[in-house]
Design a protein around this ligand. Structure first.
Ligand code: DSN
Length: 438
């Protein structure tokens, strides 16, 4: 018995170094080839194409290591120092570091790093701040909002009384006068801003003033732009909002997960809403990976990366414009563009068709409704393009200009399969020079 345990003392001494363990990928290949093959095929797909889905990215390799670590074995319901399980001393370290780094990165008063996702983070905030039936004013889903902002089939729409504001039909941007009027009429408990397909900045001072005038709380879901906020290249919602939620994976390049930042006065309610309100055991491996991501996001290199995301979005927007493809609102302030396929003046061309044609050419994006779209969500008149993932691989303006030309050529002729094949060959050639960080 003694020999069996000789290398694993309770205090951790005598343990083999983690990196000396057998390669788990090799074990997976040998013991579960079906799943190994699915993962490996996906890795190759991610390597051999150009990823333009605005919400996706390639995580830092260090983040991947933490996310794939033994912390996945640990139950830790509760919070650091106040757990319902023994043996939490090391995961407590990871969670405390995660909280400290989130606070340092975003300058907030309180952070909860446990939400499993952005939608969970939002659900917890609603539970903390609202009662069922309370009114929330948020952005329309088909103008760029999000499912968890009151869509009728989402729990948010089920439990709370959501009303929605849209964009101005001329500028295709937020009309703060309309939001103010709606807030004063409806007197919501919460004014919610943030979007998954809005290419422009938010004026948080104006939104704070509206919330104060209407006597409501202000919340920002900054999931898409969190990396830009961290790098101070996007207006900062934290000083103005009562609560800010985000995912940790998109522009932030951390693991897939959620984060809530709030003012101290809401801390207790938020923590209780996350656990035991809507979640059980936190995912400690993901929390450790979030902590790693928050550290890396404080580096100067991360700021340069975020600036490149913006520069690339401008290059892509200009290249598409030059080929007759208009971006909603006339351009972008952030990492994404919403391309209006109606600008091609061809009734047969829609988002679904173009998404598939681009996929065939190994350029990956998603069909997306544009403001005042007359097509349904599964067809759409637009595509959404984002620059974070390809920028992570090191692509710069010159590559994005080329990507813009490829997209335009395919969007003009989405049924030309020979064109898709020839672009796919060129894409494959180009991406060889831009390895995925591993
Ligand atoms: N599904 C994400 C996106 O693509 O924007 C938002 O959660």
């Amino acid at each position: 018995m003694k020999e069996l345990f000789s290398e694993s003392q309770a205090d951790g001494s005598g343990l083999l170094d983690w990196t000396d363990q057998p390669d788990p990928r090799q074990l997976l290949r040998e013991r579960d080839p079906e799943i190994y093959t699915a993962i490996e095929s996906e890795r190759q797909r991610q390597t051999n194409g150009i990823e333009l889905i605005a919400s996706e990215n390639y995580v830092f390799p260090e983040v991947l290591a933490a996310a794939g670590s033994v912390l996945t074995n640990k139950y830790a319901e509760g919070y650091p120092g106040r757990r319902y399980y023994g043996g939490c001393q090391y995961v407590d370290v990871a969670e405390r570091i995660g909280i400290e780094r989130a606070l340092a990165l975003f300058g907030a008063e309180h952070a909860n790093v446990q939400p499993h996702s952005g939608a969970q983070a939002n659900a917890a905030v609603y539970m903390a701040l609202l009662k069922p039936g309370d009114t929330v004013l948020a952005m329309k889903l088909d103008h760029g909002g999000h499912l968890s902002h009151g869509f009728h089939l989402n729990s948010s729409g089920h439990y709370y009384n959501f009303a929605h504001y849209g964009l101005d039909p001329e500028t295709e941007q937020l009309d703060y006068g309309v939001i103010r009027q709606a807030a004063l009429e409806l007197r919501p408990k919460l004014l919610l801003v943030g979007a998954s397909a809005y290419p422009r900045h938010f004026d948080f001072q104006v939104l704070r003033d509206i919330a104060d005038e209407a006597g409501c709380l202000l919340m920002m879901d900054m999931a898409h732009v969190a990396g830009l906020v961290a790098a101070k290249l996007h207006p900062d919602p934290v000083p103005y909002c009562d609560v800010v939620t985000t995912t940790t994976h998109k522009t932030l390049r951390g693991p897939r997960g959620g984060l809530i930042l709030c003012r101290k006065e809401h801390a207790r309610a938020i923590d209780r809403a996350v656990f035991p309100g809507i979640q059980g055991g936190p995912l400690m491996h993901i929390i450790a990976a979030k902590a790693v991501g928050f550290k890396l996001a404080q580096a100067e290199a991360f700021k340069r990366y975020q600036q490149q995301i913006l520069d690339n979005a401008q290059a892509l927007s200009n290249a598409l414009q030059a080929e007759g493809l208009r971006s909603v609102s006339g351009g972008t302030d952030n990492h994404l563009l919403l391309v209006d396929l109606n600008s091609l003046d061809n009734e047969e061309i829609n988002g679904k068709l173009v998404e598939t044609a681009l996929d065939n050419a190994s350029i990956h994006c998603n069909k997306n409704m544009i403001p005042f779209d007359t097509r349904k969500a599964m067809v759409t008149s637009g595509i959404r393009l984002g620059t974070p993932a390809a920028t992570t691989r090191g692509m710069k303006q010159v590559q994005f200009e080329q990507i813009g030309r490829w997209i335009a050529s395919i969007a003009h002729e989405p049924k030309d399969t020979a064109l898709q094949e020839s672009v796919r060959d060129e894409v494959l050639e180009m991406v060889k020079a831009f390895p995925v960080p591993a």
